[in-house]
Design a protein around this ligand. Structure first.
Ligand code: PRP
Ligand code: URA
Length: 228
């Protein structure tokens, strides 16, 4: 499969960049993010440690994903003086893809306790790897919000493409996907169907195996997070 040269560039430099009309793919190279990623990749990491590391990593990815959110100036009275502060200019909606996306939500919500949480339930068919959508609960406020689509794994891209389609159908205009690990196949699928969705990730792995799992990846994210 042809790898988008811009994505290759991100993978090696960790910098932002974009083709005309295409939102960026950002690989977060921060050393702490890469240490948490190594811990959740390790096969011997038990569920309680997997959860802890994923929470920390989600927070670091979210910081990068929200770096360019617009803010409004507000007036703040300190104990000493009136000064200028900031508040987010637009509402924020987090959308975990059930199940595994819930594992990113836990790390993110403490930073934005006012965020609305919407849900999309999508499960890959184990034989075909095609996405099966089984649940959605999306608020009317999507059209005015900055929307963060959460899923640790962007593999074939089928689940994320379907989720982004549902979000846009419900009115979402500004979508950023946060994932932990992706691969060229998943990025290509997203960039083909949803070039307007920015992607923030900790790693672009080599590719998919014959069962459509990311290699080296981290295995089944949902099973490892929930201990199933
Ligand atoms: C996993 C993962 C993504 C999807 C990625 O979920 O959390 O949602 O697979 O694969 P794709 O890019 O090829 O669509 P899964 O279907 O295993 O469901 P789960 O979260 O309930 O375990
Ligand atoms: N879903 C996962 O949980 N892991 C993969 O590598 C691919 C899909």
């Amino acid at each position: 499969m042809t790898v988008n040269p811009v994505v290759e560039n991100f993978a090696s430099t960790g910098k932002r960049g974009r083709m005309p009309g295409m939102q960026p793919v950002v690989v977060v190279q921060h050393p702490l993010a890469q240490c948490h990623l190594a811990a959740i990749r390790a096969v011997g990491t038990p569920s309680h440690e997997f959860r802890r590391h994923l929470n920390h990593l989600a927070r670091l990815l979210f910081l990068e994903a929200t770096r360019e959110l617009p803010v409004q100036e507000i007036s703040v009275q300190t104990p000493l003086k009136q000064t200028v502060g900031a508040q987010l200019a637009r509402p924020l909606v987090c959308v975990p893809i059930l199940r595994a996306g819930l594992g990113l939500l836990d790390g993110i919500l403490p930073l934005v306790p006012d965020a609305v949480v919407a849900h999309v339930g999508i499960r890959r068919n184990e034989e075909t790897a095609l996405p099966h959508a089984y649940y959605a609960n999306l608020p009317a406020s999507l059209s005015t919000a900055d929307v963060f689509l959460l899923d640790p794994m962007l593999a074939t891209g089928g689940s994320a493409c379907e989720a982004a389609r549902q979000l846009k159908e419900a009115g979402a205009m500004r979508i950023t996907m946060i994932c932990v690990v992706t691969c060229p196949e998943g990025l290509a699928a997203m960039q083909l169907s949803h070039p307007d969705v920015a992607i923030v990730t900790a790693a672009i792995d080599a590719g998919l195996n014959d069962k459509c799992y990311i290699v080296p990846g981290l295995g089944d994210a949902g099973d490892r997070y929930f201990g199933t």
